[in-house]
Design a protein around this ligand. Sequence first.
Ligand SMILES: [Zn+2]
Length: 678
Amino acid sequence: MIRCLVVVLAAALATCASSPQRAPEAAPAVAPSGIEVSDLNRAIDPCTDFYEFANGGWRAANPIPPSMKRWSRQLLSREANQRQLQAILEALSSRTDWPAGSIEQQLGDYYASCMDEGSVETAGLAPLAPLLAEIASARSSEDVQRIIRRLHRLAIPVGFALTGAYDYQVPDNTLANITAGSLGLPSRDHYLSPEPRFAAVREKYRAHLAIVLGLGGMPEARASKAAEEVFALEKRLAEASLDAATAADPAATAHRTTPAQLEQLAPRVDWGRYFAEATLPRSDLNVAEPKLLQQLDKELKDTSLATWRAYLTWQLLDSASPWLSKPFAKASFDFRDKLLGGATTMRPRAALCIESSNALFGDALGQKYVERYFPPAAKAKVQELIRALLGVMKEDLTELRWLGPETKKQALEKLATYDVQVGYPNKWKDYSTITIRRDALWANVVAGRKFNVEDNRKLIGKPTDRELWQLPPSSPDAYIEPQLNQIVLPAGFLQPPAFNLEATDAVNFGAIGIGVAHDMTHTFDSLGGQFDSAGRPRSWWAAADLEEFGKRGQCVAEQYEGYFIEPGVHHDGKRVLNEAIADLAGVRLAYLAMKRGRPGPAVDGFTPEQQFFLAWGQYRGAAESLEYQRQLVKGDPHPTARFRIIGSLSNLPEFQQAFSCQPGAKMARSAEQRCSVW
Ligand SMILES: [Zn+2]
């Protein structure tokens, strides 16, 4: 019955048997909801400080928790997301009569095995024993390499990682991509920087290595020595690695390499066997860090077998620790979560089990999530909003006077191929080949990891599959992939406050609509402007247009220079320029799209136009500590929440009209002051 109402309400389609005669225009059975009235601070004039008016009530009632630097309904919704996933997994695991091999059985039994700490304690190191014994018996470089290949199948990237990734030059194709493997510390700086904070971490890390090797059964004296050897090996590999920023730069790490060149780069690695065992084609691939492969090759020759055995043991134990008995889990928490991550308490077991269910069986959990929390009407509604945004954006680009014809043509081509993925992929992964047991946690983890490694390897040498997401469908996050000209909005993200099926279109355009329109403009700015409509790296802006874009941006940069977070500290206009322009354009485009559609009725005394602006103020209106704002101002391309709202809206005459702001009001920049880019 509830589902039936939602369908009528959302799509205005009479698909519900009990109300087949209802005309699409008729009033819905349940009035749509508007903005969050209780979040307002009505003591403030919206024309003076809209950030405070729209969301000041919420911030006053929801102080930033002591462990956080900012707080918002968006962050709060992450907790709701966890509760949703927990409810699904608990319900599935409470039954033991699911058909064998069904996703219900797999998820339910995996979760049960993960939550069963008693069995994990009893099992101790036994589940790892065969692999540990194999490592202990390694007597040659060939043995070491065989174990490395075996660990790679378990998603433990010793020495290097080899995965399928789209080709930087021709992103329509997917090839093998060799990147740096996992070192025990998070970055190159952790091994090499003379800064005292890094030196302190290094000291603790060496102690941690000795503890874990000791827990793995190594006698204490040998464990301390082995810890030093492992650290020295990792340090040499770190020296040959790129710094984090360069390693994350696709252009700096694009090195197309033939199989013959790969053999030359690291002749001691048995590539023939590696590719054959992984059933991979011997075709051109990308080597992100050639220098690192050369170093690895050298280590295979120079490093003692005893050190290699210790290193492989360490890598296996480190990767398995969260799933092993308490001493392992505690050692991992003390070093990784507490020392490196700043956590104060060990998170509940359920959090680990939810996260790993998603990491291992993301599409299975995604299916169950969508069944419960993202009905077909929600997907249809979001797609409808996006079609409206794309339509407005196309018209806007076509009519834009300052953009020359050639740049405009290319921009329109990009827009035509803009790919918006909504909720969940069109096809689900088939996990039916995996066996999951209720009493074998590590074996389950291994089964899931092997499936995912093989699933990824299958992509190599094929056209790029755009429906392979980097996040599971239940994720509370969304992302853009500039080179694929793609935005991915998982069902877990398309929940309040970003999207609410029961709210008016005005509210949804003001939240998710502005968010998506903001990201669409990144397709054309300095982020997406480096890639053409096929995703190939090529700047397609004509010089004169780029100059005009810069001139128009100057107005926005100057506006933000004038925004202070405390006396003497203001935004750096150039730093936030891209994001501020995207906000300004996002609000304007989403507003136009809302006006052309059916924005919905007035609710709680607010017109659709007012609801739209209020929804943006509430969606973006996070509370941010002064410390956090200082960090943003110094290093982040985004303005603070306050100025993302005030900065964008004060440029819009439509906002001033909606709230009857008088000339001279703080939120009403005069016609001469207003900035307009897109
Ligand atoms: Zn952005």
